[in-house]
Design a protein around this ligand. Sequence first.
Ligand SMILES: [Zn+2]
Ligand SMILES: [Zn+2]
Length: 112
Amino acid sequence: MGRGIRQVKEDFECENCGLIVTGNGFTNHCPECLCSKHVDNTPGDRAMLEECGCLMEPIGITTTRGGTAIVHKCINCGVESTNRTSPDDDIEQVQRIAHKSSRRGSRNSVIM
Ligand SMILES: [Zn+2]
Ligand SMILES: [Zn+2]
């Protein structure tokens, strides 16, 4: 007991398509449908009060300093967050979301 803290690499089951996503410390979203789960993983900013744990839908694609990121929105509480795309992500799905969001014309979710 008490032998130091292991890095959390949590597996989770995608609540949208049922895929078991193996946590690798980087990806926190489903590579198939790009849905995520609302957990508090963004240090700084306004800290979330508690973990919500609900499904987060990909609502858009944005570009960050590090590259392409997916904008996720929680279906429960409406919180938005950006998560970097991973090499495992389905690129067609990424493009589909990018297309969908650009067609909608919403530009108010760009986070620097
Ligand atoms: Zn999925
Ligand atoms: Zn939430």
